[in-house]
Design a protein around this ligand. Structure first.
Ligand code: PEP
Ligand code: MN
Length: 332
């Protein structure tokens, strides 16, 4: 249950009421909001006079539910906006990992030549093997920050564990929580205690309820700026890296109020399938895309097989415009 307290209720009283109903308390612009378990179906008699509105919701998909806010939330990322009434589809691109100044500068030029605004690059890489490239860490974040200063881009980079969550918050404009970190409550809560946008990737072994409930951890700490990213789940299929769950995307569009970003690169695992899959995603009317691109994919230090070279990226990007127009979306 979500309870909106009356605007004149002060923080001490709001805290007391939250304790009384065993709920989480957040402050949303003008009012305090309490979120309790969805098992609670009735506002207790003794607090009724202190509340403005209440929402009974049938599962713990609550703050992210359309039954609470019946539209896609609006998210501002510096000069750009997603969701709300914008109809924007944001193209986020860049390499899997930042590898050098020269590499990231070339990627920045790719964005600039296409009029794009949002550069991705991982610095703390959640690799499957401890012996492979682990990312440039803080040094990489500082290089990304220089790129932001030079080009004015938004920067997105991922948090892998709690040891560097503050650094990623400081140096980026969007914080990415990777598939393997989706269940890390330390990261979820800490990114929820600040207000920079968070892109939460779906754990490849998690169902939709678990995925959206992970987003609830961030929202229920008070950060309303959360985006959901479908990046493929593990199925019995081994010919592709993962299986992109577009049925799940339909579910998320219908039932949640969070902007939805599609990562076709990690789902497919091979560059040859990325353009077709991306076109299919755009046709669904989504809020954004996350596509890995690299000046020389075969030499990439991570995810070499799935990154698009710049020619492939440019060709794919141009092909998206008519599809966006057909579904009434602006490609930005
Ligand atoms: C990435 O974006 O490079 C990445 C590691 O993604 P995921 O967490 O989806 O595997
Ligand atoms: Mn990657």
């Amino acid at each position: 249950m979500i309870i909106h307290l009356k605007e004149n209720i002060d923080k001490v009283s709001a805290n007391n009421i939250a304790k009384e109903v065993s709920g989480r308390l957040i402050f949303d612009e003008k009012k305090f909001i309490i979120i309790t378990s969805s098992k609670n179906k009735e506002v207790p008699e003794k607090i009724r006079e202190k509340i403005d509105e209440s929402f009974i919701i049938d599962s713990d998909i609550q703050l992210s539910s359309r039954k609470y806010i019946n539209k896609t939330r609006n998210i501002k990322i510096n000069k750009i906006e997603l969701g709300g009434s914008t109809k924007n589809t944001l193209m986020i691109t860049g390499p899997c990992s930042i590898e050098s100044k020269d590499q990231i500068e070339k990627c920045a030029e790719l964005l600039k030549s296409n009029g794009l605004t949002t550069l991705r690059a991982g610095c703390f890489k959640p690799r499957t093997s401890p012996y492979s490239f682990q990312g440039l860490g803080l040094e990489g974040l500082k290089m990304l920050s220089d790129i932001r200063n030079k080009y004015g881009f938004n920067i997105i980079s991922e948090v892998k564990d709690a040891s560097h969550v503050d650094d990623v918050i400081e140096y980026t404009d969007i914080i990415q929580i990777g598939a393997k970190a989706m269940y890390d409550h330390g990261i979820l809560r800490e990114t929820g205690r600040q207000r920079k946008p968070v892109l939460l990737k779906r754990g490849f072994g998690s169902n939709l309820q678990e995925f959206v409930q992970a987003a609830e951890f961030i929202l229920s700490e008070g950060n309303p700026n959360v985006m959901l990213c479908e990046r493929g789940i593990r199925t019995f299929e081994t010919k592709t890296r993962f299986t992109l769950d577009l049925c799940g995307v339909s579910f998320l569009k219908e039932h949640t109020n969070l902007p939805i970003i599609l990562d076709t690169s990690h789902a497919m695992g091979y560059s040859y399938g990325v353009p077709d899959l991306t076109r299919a995603c755009v046709a669904m009317g989504i809020d954004g895309l996350l596509i890995e691109s690299h000046p020389n994919p075969s030499e990439a230090k991570s995810d070499a097989s799935q990154q698009l070279n710049f020619d492939e990226f440019n060709k794919m990007f141009e092909s998206l415009r008519p599809i966006c127009n057909a579904v009434n979306r602006n490609l930005i």
